[in-house]
Design a protein around this ligand. Structure first.
Ligand SMILES: [Zn+2]
Length: 156
């Protein structure tokens, strides 16, 4: 099974930074769906977590562009499903904070997400592991491991 990032990358029609990036894979009611660890999830939810970190359990991912199939992280924003008092009680509960506390951190979570996003975004522009390694002055293997999720697997 192809790794998540590769599956995302090959199913997103990546355009310019401000354009809509349409999902080319399977959809349900217009929204892209992708299987993550055996569970079908909304693509935008997966991308939001990948790029911006966690989502609150009561948050939904919305499109500023009103295009349900758009995957451009810049067009995604999180919003609360309901704004009542009960919902506010849930505010502290985040989806599994895909954490940093493993002691072997050469790099931090932010870096991992940044590298994966840049690889995803740069795919059609011919980005390579080598270019990213040069950009960040790190070893090629480090980039390859991050992108292929051989390390930092817990960060989606
Ligand atoms: Zn859009």
């Amino acid at each position: 099974m192809k790794e998540l990032l590769h599956r995302l990358r090959s199913n997103i029609d990546v355009k310019g930074p401000e354009d809509c990036w349409n999902w080319l894979g399977g959809k349900k009611s217009g929204y892209g769906r992708i299987s993550v660890n055996g569970y079908a999830e909304n693509v935008t939810r997966v991308i939001y977590r990948l790029v911006y970190g966690s989502l609150l359990v009561d948050e939904v991912v919305m499109h500023s562009c009103d295009n349900p199939s758009c995957c451009n992280p810049k067009h995604l924003k999180a919003g609360s499903r309901r704004e009542n008092a009960e919902q506010r009680d849930l505010r502290g509960r985040r989806e599994p904070p895909i954490g940093t506390k493993n002691g072997r951190a050469l790099v931090d979570e932010e870096f991992v997400r940044k590298v994966r996003l840049e690889y995803l975004e740069g795919f059609q522009g011919g980005i390579t592991y080598r270019k990213l390694a040069n950009r960040y002055q790190v070893k090629l293997a480090l980039i390859a491991n991050i992108v292929n999720r051989r390390t930092w697997k817990h960060i989606q």
